[in-house]
Design a protein around this ligand. Structure first.
Ligand code: SF4
Ligand code: SF4
Length: 296
């Protein structure tokens, strides 16, 4: 008679409890402490965790099978979401419309960038010679404003062109940016119906925005919150991709708070403790975290 394959049954299995950090009766306290592990029994390799999370966990949620197929693990047990994973979220097909920039009406006030709750409209001021030599430079995205071109030129700096770019993967089509620009009397933005090729054109433009490099510090007025939004590394610490409603006012306030604090103290000098409220929910719709700073 052949022996049947034994199947592991956790209910029937003999369970041996492994005492961790428990002192044996009679053992001297100092001897016991010397025997304790130097690392947590649930220690986590953070770099490996982030890499695995971004590929495996985000990948599964992008395919729509995350909650069915992913096993529970130590990261889930601790509710750990790596920073900025919401940058990988794609809202391109959420709205039928997207803002269009009309460069010759723009004055570079940055109000649209400050107002957007989703970090979907961003700006840069780049010295003209750095742009005009680039084969992918597209003049329709860049304005010659008094603030970034004429005023620096008067101070002996090269004039910078001011560019506005929309990230089609983060824009929810709320039109807050268009309304605020119109309310200021500039009308440099309007909503455009998405058609064939629109998303591809916006993606190409946004890739150019990413590769052109940061706004040089001499074009950023440190006393202006709007200008702080030009300082990408220190101020753009909320990447968008959160689960907030279109045009969420709390999102705008949160981004401004994070930008001002990050600009003043640096990204390493801040952390957020969110007591409760909508933001604790829409900023942690697993596995998407829009913050690049620690928060709980
Ligand atoms: S609000 Fe209008 S004028 Fe101001 S930066 Fe934005 S597009 Fe330009
Ligand atoms: S339409 Fe709304 S989400 Fe899109 S860029 Fe403007 S403010 Fe941001």
């Amino acid at each position: 008679m052949t022996e049947e394959a034994r199947v592991f049954n956790p209910v029937e299995a003999e369970v041996e409890e492994v005492p961790v950090a428990t002192k044996e009766p009679g053992l001297a306290k100092d001897v016991h402490e010397a025997l304790l592990p130097t690392e947590s029994v649930l220690s986590l390799d953070v770099a490996a965790y982030v890499q695995d999370f971004n590929a495996r966990v985000i990948g599964a949620y992008e395919k729509g099978v995350g909650s069915q197929e992913l096993p529970a693990d130590v990261g889930v047990a601790r509710s750990l979401i790596p920073p900025g994973t919401a940058a990988l979220r794609d809202f391109s097909y959420l709205s039928p419309e997207i803002p269009e920039f009309i460069a010759d009406k723009c004055v570079g006030c940055m109000t649209c960038v400050t107002e957007c709750p989703d970090t979907a409209i961003l700006a840069k001021a780049i010295p003209a010679s750095r742009l005009e030599g680039d084969p992918e430079f597209d003049g329709f995205h860049w304005a010659r404003t008094r603030k970034y071109f004429e005023v620096p030129a008067r101070k002996g700096l090269e004039g910078a062109l001011f560019g506005i770019f929309i990230d089609p993967t983060k824009c929810k089509g709320c039109a807050e940016c268009v309304e605020v620009c119109a309310a200021l009397g500039y009308d440099a933005l309007r909503m455009l119906r998405k058609g064939e090729g629109t998303l591809e054109r916006y993606r190409r433009a946004f890739n150019f925005f990413r590769h052109v490099g940061p706004t040089p510090a001499e074009y950023v007025n440190e006393k202006s919150l709007a200008d702080m939004m030009l300082a990408e590394e220190s101020a753009l610490l909320y990447v968008g991709g959160a689960g907030s409603c279109m045009g969420c006012g709390e999102g705008t306030a949160l981004r401004m708070m994070v930008a001002a604090t990050g600009f003043a103290y640096g990204p390493e000098g801040m952390a957020i403790v969110a007591a409760t409220g909508c933001n604790t929910v829409y900023c942690s719709t697993y596995p998407y975290n829009p913050f690049l700073v620690p928060w709980t």
